[in-house]
Every structure is written in C-alpha cells, then in structure tokens.
Design a protein around this ligand. Structure first.
Ligand code: MTE
Ligand code: MOS
Length: 776
C-alpha cells in the first residue's frame, strides 16, 4: 500500500506535456493593468556611467515610468553573500549590464522607451579572460586551501611525477523557462511576488532590502520552475527586486521576464576553471601526492563562487584516496556575468581534474585507466583530505565490479579493439569512471528544512514545505512521503505552491538535499498529526492509542482491517473534540560540522556513489562522434521514487555530456557573450542521447538516518558523463600509437578532430611532431 518506492509519474508530468502546467510568466493574465519592464543595457564590459538621462523614455507613448538608483528606498544592492551587486550601478561591470529599467503598458513600449534613454560611458580596461585575471591577480577571494600531509615532500619522494594544466569550460543553464517575476502591492502596502526562484526566502530578503522594508512586508511564491539547475539559486533575486521596485513606484503590477537572448547575456553560468597541478605516483599508478591550484572565472561579483570553489576542492579526490595533497583555490574576478551555482556546484570541475590526472598516469605507465582508477579507490576506514571518514567506502568497488560485469566491459573491450583494428577511419572507445559526491550544504546552517501540513475536516490534506519544484520531482517525493506518513492514498495529498508566508526562513532548493531536508520536515509534521489523531481513533476503535494504524485512507486496529474507519471520520471527530489538525514540522541534519580555518571536519552527512561505463564511436574525417551505449549504476539508497530517480540520472548524465562534449561558451574581445542563443550554443538533443542507455540502482542500499532510507540524486549523475569524455579519449588514442593525450574541455567535435590529427602525426615518422596544444 505504501506510496514510497512506487513507480509514480512526476506529479505534473501530464500538465508538463499538455501545456496545462503554469509557470511564473503564465500568471500575467491574472493581473489587470500589468506593466512590462525592459532594461537599458550597457554596451561595455567595464565603464563608468558619465551620464544617464532617462527622461526621453517618458516621451514614448505607453511608457509609464523609469527605474534608476534614485527610486530605491532601501539598499541599491542585491548581492547574496557580499554587498557587491548594485542593482543600478555607477560603474558597469559586465557587457549588457542593466543600468536602468523602463516600465511600459506593453513590452514594445518599454523596449522603445529603453532605446531612447541617453547614457554616456567612459570605457575602462576590462578583464575578459580567466588567464588575464590570473596573470593580473584579479581575485574576489582566495586562496581557499585544503591540505593533508606534506605534499611537497611526498612529491619529491614519488618514483614518478607529472605536471600540467587543464582548462575547463563553463556552461549555460539553458533552463527552458527564462528568469521571470511578477510583483504587485497588496492592500496593506506590502509587496507580493511570483518568482521563478529556487530560494524564495532569499528573494524575499533581497526584495525587502531593496525596498527598505521588513521581511514580513514581502511575500514570495514559487509555483514551479521550468528548470533552474542552480541558475535560480541566487540569480532570481535582481529581477524580483526590479519588479517589486516598479510595483512600489507605480502602484501597478509589474512583470519582468528575460528573453532567451537577455537571459544568456545577463545571467551567470557554470564557472570556467583553470587548474595547474603536479602529481606524484608509484609504479602501479597509485597517487602519492597531489598539488593543485584552481582558478575559477567568477565574473563581476562574488555570488556563490566561494562555496563553489570550496566544493571543487572538496571533490578533488572524487572516489580516490589522496595520501598527501595541497590545494588552493582562487576565485577570479573578470568583467563578465557573475558565474553561479550549476548542478554539481564546483564538484564537476574538481572531479574532472583528478580523472584527467589518473588517465595521464595510466597512459604514462601504459596501464589500463580502469585498473589505475580501481587501485586508487578509497578503502573502508580511510578519510578524505578534509578529515571525514568515507562511510560505506566499500560501495565504490562494489558498484564498480557490478557495473564492469553488467556492462560486459571486458568482452566489449576486446570487441572494440577488434573493431578498431579493422576500421582505419572509425574508432570506438570505452571507459568507466566513478562518482563520489558529498551530500549537505557545506555551510552547515543551510541544512534545515521546514513544513506546514494542514488536514481538513474531511481528511484531505495540504502540504506546504520549504522546497521548490523545478522539474526534479521534489513535490512527487514529498507527496509520497506525506501519503505514507498519514496512511493516505497519494491523491488525498495536495502539494501547495512554495510560499514564504507558509514556511519561513527556508534554504535554497539546492545541493540535492531538498527531499532529505523538507521530506524529513514533512514526516515530522505528519507524525505530530498522527500522534494527535491516534487517541481519538483509539476511542472510536476501542483499542489502545499505540495499536492504532493509519493505512490506505483508513484508520484501524493494527492487524485487524475489519473495523477500519475512514481517515476523514477520525479527522471530523478530532475537530469536534477541538484537536488541532495542522502541524509544523522541522528537520536539521545531524552530525555535520566543518572548520573552514583548519579545512577540517565532517561537512557531508553522507556520500552519493555511482559509476558509468560509456562507449563512443568517433569519425576520423570530422571528429563527429556518437555515444553508442551508457551503463549507469547509481546508489540512490532505497529509491523513494524510481521513475523520478531514473529521470534525474538520465537527465544529469545528458546535461554532463553537454557540458563536456558539446556546449561551448564563447565571449568576444569586448566581453560580450558570443553564444547567446540556441543557434550558436549547441545543447544535447535527441540525436546526442546514448543509443543504448542502461540505468540501474544499487540494491540493498538503505541509507540509515535519511528520510525513508533514500539518498539524494539531483546532482551526482551529472559527473557520470566524465566517462564519455574518457571514452572519447580512448577512441582518439586508437588513431595513433597511444601515450598521453591532452584534451581541452569541452571536447567538441572540432577538438576531437584536432586531437585525432595529433595522434596521426605521431604515427607519421616524416611529419614533425605536433606542437599545437589544444586549448579551450
Ligand atoms: N532536475 C530538473 N528537471 N530541473 C532542475 O532544475 N536542478 C538540479 C537537480 N535536478 C534540476 C534538476 C540541481 S542543480 C539540484 S541542486 C537539484 O535538482 C535540486 O533539487 P533536489 O534538492 O530536490 O534534488
Ligand atoms: Mo544545485 S547547483 O545545488 O542548485
């Protein structure tokens, strides 16, 4: 009878595909006299604003008002972690930064008004590449350090060593729903908003700050998002603030919705990284020492870049024991959009580095990469470089062995080698890589969740909680949890839109922890309600309260279904006895702590594990490739919702594939995002999906201490796509004599082609050796 563990569809699946699902901007029609906002954007990456005259905009028919710094009654700043994001800047910090906004009766009027605004600029030198920022030591912060042992000494004592550099490209979130907010005044003068935000409480906080009002004057609601992927964790706030400011100034509802081109030009992306490293290892390929310096391209403001760098450093080990290591991370300041959270939150960049290193080590020693990887796995009892014991470390080799078997890795390896010997212009490659991903916000305070569960007299239920739905299936899982906790069928539970006036002071729906936190809080609220209903039911059933059982929409004596009473009868009786039918719930993650100064502690409640084996085929004439097959084995604990979990794994893998092999962000010399649309930015589509895709869950993987024994699944699968990059390398190697193969990231077909050319050049004794280094 239980709902948890059942293969139920996403609660909005039907609405998603029929178009019935509403998103923030779809709600416009509910607001008569709605105004539309459009920004005045700066044509420089870095400049002083020497003159700004918005008055000509007001001459345009249909323009109702303009917004500039003088309209801000509170603080002219929307920075989430540092007050470094003026909403109306005096100094332009990235190309296309909004310097003023125009409100019109329709979008056309607002746009025409914005075009009439007179702005003059004094251009300033801009830093638009990461290398330039590093060379000039343009940093927001850093170094952030983690270390274990004496890495220099261990390096000196190592039989072998390597050094190198890896450039890692960023990634555009490309959520289907671009940034959007609608604000209106309520009759008390407070401001209400619909916002496409992963973090309604912070949107509320920032709007209140800009308006100069207490937080109780601002209510933020998020019905659902059409994707977020981290891009709406803090970056929804400025648009909400503009809408709120407009509503306050005009007394009319105001809508902000970025077009795709604006969204790509103005919103932050996954951080590009530059990594420099030295590594020491033994004859067997065991890592003995790692020295690494990471630089992230954070763009113009700090945003979440410190914790993103932190997570990169925490995940430099991926699934491998690093006996000695020393790492430093610098958050670089450039005149670009402010780069932000993106699925994996820095961990993908950290893991990519160690996977790159292990592949080089293997090829240097002429060993199979999968053998070298396996030799370096954590063993039970070992700790990470930040001092946390790797609980269940045994799951890494267990998953590995099972996947090698289920994917027929060895047999396919032999088949591929045969294929490659007989096909000079097409080569196949196969690789397997693991993922170990820490679950919890690394800032301990965020690891809390809240809920408010309302039961009506008829036994129907509304569930409010702090999490937001962005397509990841959180609401589906919460519904399943509440149904089981109250012994009701799924359809008796209604999930309400996320609102700051229902559950306050919530954390962002992020770090893959939303079910762990909010699901546990909902469980807690439901338990309270059950405790209150049990004595009422006990009298009705003539049993002890402890013997009361809630299941399938009925209340009965445990083990005796005959005298069961409908749940609604018990709630009606409880109401008549003046017993409250609603309860709040709360959860805080136990055990976690971290001392940032020492770089030591237990920042993660647990680790999510997984592995993927991927096979590709590469065309030697063009560098085009296809993913022939991907096999994934993921540890999701006891899957709360197998269809949702499978969707997260497939989607995460494909999004990772896009990041590593297709999606290339380019900025021009002026610092303008050159890839500002789907026409120039290649996303994975149907044709890039693995032709064969096997997804399995690790069995008997109950996670004690997490809601219903489940594990987080939102981000970890993204990093499984590293196996595809390594498979491409394997195929490229087959075009030449082997040895180390330097690869940039993303590994686009053009880059694959050049890497093949380099391999072929190695074969040709008359050609000069390749001198070109392939770079991002
Ligand atoms: N899945 C979909 N469909 N859409 C999204 O925006 N965001 C990802 C992941 N999966 C996302 C998604 C990110 S970045 C995170 S942190 C988690 O979902 C957040 O949700 P969770 O905590 O419920 O896993
Ligand atoms: Mo996800 S990057 O933690 O929103």
């Amino acid at each position: 009878m239980s709902a948890a563990g059942k293969r139920v569809s996403h609660e909005s699946a039907r609405a998603h595909v029929t178009g019935a699902a509403l998103y923030t901007d779809d709600l416009c029609g509910r607001f008569p006299r709605l105004l539309h906002a459009w920004p005045v954007t700066a044509p420089h990456a870095h400049a002083l604003i020497t003159e700004l005259d918005v008055s000509p905009a007001l001459d345009v028919p249909g323009v109702v008002a303009t917004l500039t710094a003088s309209d801000v009654p509170g603080e002219n700043d929307t920075g989430a972690n540092r007050r470094d994001e003026p909403l109306f800047p005096a100094e332009v910090m990235y190309h296309s930064q909004p310097v003023a906004w125009v409100l019109g009766e329709d979008l056309d009027a607002a746009q025409r008004g914005a075009a009439r605004v007179r702005a003059d600029y004094q251009p300033l030198p801009a830093i638009v590449t990461l290398r330039d920022a590093v060379a000039r030591e343009s940093f927001h912060s850093g170094p952030i350090r983690l270390q274990r042992g004496d890495a220099n000494e261990a390096l000196a004592a190592s039989p072998h060593s390597l050094e190198g550099e890896l450039e890692i490209g960023g990634q555009e979130h490309f959520y289907l729903e671009t940034h959007a907010a609608i604000a209106w005044l309520d009759e008390s003068g407070g401001v209400a908003l619909h916002s496409s935000t992963q973090h309604p409480s912070e949107t509320q906080e920032v709007v209140a700050r800009v308006l100069g009002v207490p937080r109780n004057a601002v209510t933020v609601e998020c019905l659902r998002m059409g994707g977020a992927f981290g891009g709406k964790e803090v970056q929804a706030n400025p648009w909400a603030a503009v809408a709120a400011l407009g509503a306050r100034k005009t007394g009319r509802p105001v809508r902000v919705r970025l077009t795709r081109a604006l969204d790509m030009a103005l919103s932050g992306k996954r951080h590009p990284f530059l990594a420099r490293y030295r590594v020491g290892f033994d004859d067997d390929g065991r890592l003995l020492s790692l020295l690494a310096t990471l630089y992230s391209d954070a763009g113009w403001s700090l945003d979440l870049s410190e914790p993103v760098m932190g997570r990169a450093l925490f995940h430099l080990d991926n699934a491998y024991f690093l006996p000695a290591m020393r790492a430093a991370g610098y958050v670089s300041k450039t005149h670009k959009t402010s780069q932000t959270a993106f699925r994996g939150f820095g961990a993908p960049q950290g893991m990519l580095l160690v996977e790159e290193i292990l592949d080089r080590v293997a090829r240097r020693l002429a060993l199979a990469p999968e053998v070298v990887r396996e030799r370096n796995f954590y063993r039970e009892g070992q700790t990470t470089h930040y001092g946390q014991a790797v609980k269940d470390a045994g799951r890494i080799p267990a998953i590995w062995r099972r996947l090698l078997e289920s994917s027929r890795f060895a047999a396919r390896r032999a088949e591929i080698d045969r294929f490659n010997r007989t096909h000079p212009h097409r080569k196949r490659g196969l690789a397997i890589t693991p993922v170990k991903f820490g679950i919890s916000f690394t800032a301990t305070v965020f690891n809390q969740g809240g809920a408010l569960v309302l039961v009506y007299r008829d036994g129907s239920v509304q569930v409010n909680h702090g999490g937001t739905e962005m397509g990841q299936g959180l609401f589906t899982k919460i519904g399943q949890i509440a149904a089981d906790a109250l012994g009701l069928p799924l359809n008796a539970i209604r999930l309400m839109p996320t609102r700051t006036d229902k559950v306050p002071n919530t954390s962002a729906s992020a770090a893959s922890a939303s079910t762990d936190l909010n699901g546990a809080a909902v469980m807690d609220a439901c338990a309270r309600i059950r405790e209150r209903l049990a004595p009422v039911a006990a009298v009705m059933l003539g049993c002890a309260p402890e013997a009361v059982c809630f299941a399938g929409g009925f209340v009965s004596v445990k083990g005796d279904d005959l005298g069961r009473i409908p749940f609604g009868h018990v709630t009606e009786a409880a109401y008549r006895q003046r017993i409250p039918l609603f309860a709040e719930g709360y959860y805080r993650t136990p055990e976690i702590h971290f001392d940032a100064r020492l770089g030591h502690g237990h920042p993660f409640y647990y680790f999510a594990f997984g592995a993927a084996a991927t096979e590709v085929e590469v065309d030697g004439f063009t560098g085009q490739y296809k993913v022939r097959r991907a096999d994934v084995l993921e540890d999701v604990g006891d899957s709360l919702s197998p269809l949702i979990d499978r969707g997260q794994i497939e989607g995460g893998f494909v999004q990772g594939l896009g990041w590593l092999t297709l999606e290339e962000l380019l900025w021009d010399g002026e610092g303008r995002v050159a890839t500002a649309g789907a026409s120039t930015y290649k996303l994975p589509s149907w044709s890039e999906l693995p032709e064969e895709f096997h997804v399995d869950f690790l069995e008997r993987a109950t996670e004690p201490g997490v809601v219903m024994g489940s594990k987080a699944v939102g981000e970890p699968p993204l990093m499984l796509a590293i196996s595809a990059r390594e498979a491409l390398r394997d195929a490229i190697a087959a075009y030449g004599p082997g040895g180390e193969i330097p690869l940039a990231s993303p590994l686009t077909p053009e880059r694959v082609f050049r890497a093949i050319e380099d391999q072929r050049a190695k074969l040709c004794t008359f050609a000069s050796p390749p001198t070109r280094v392939v770079r991002a």
